[in-house]
Design a protein around this ligand. Structure first.
Ligand SMILES: [Zn+2]
Length: 75
C-alpha cells in the first residue's frame, strides 16, 4: 500500500506522473489541500480552517492525455 509509482490513467491507460496542485497565495507557494465541508469565508485568512479536517492533495497527471486525478492521504 502507498506505492503510487506506475499508476495508469483511468481514461486512456497511459502512465501518470505524481505531482501536486500549486496554490499561489500571499507570497507563499503551498500544496493544495482538501478540506471537509463548505468553505467559510474569513476576513483575516480568506477561508476558515479551524477545527476542520484538511489533507494535502496529491495529483497525478497522465503523460498522454493530460487527465488529472487527485488523492488525499489515507494514513
Ligand atoms: Zn490519459
Amino acid at each position: 500500500m502507498g506505492e503510487r509509482a506506475g499508476r495508469a490513467c483511468s481514461k486512456c491507460g497511459a502512465l501518470m506522473d505524481e505531482g501536486f496542485i500549486l496554490d499561489n497565495t500571499y507570497g507563499a507557494r503551498v500544496q493544495s489541500e482538501w478540506v471537509r465541508g463548505a468553505p467559510e469565508l474569513s476576513r483575516l485568512t480568506g477561508v476558515k480552517l479551524k477545527g476542520k479536517e484538511h489533507l494535502p492533495v496529491t495529483t497525478f497527471r497522465c503523460q498522454a492525455c493530460g487527465y488529472l486525478e487527485s488523492y488525499t492521504s489515507t494514513a
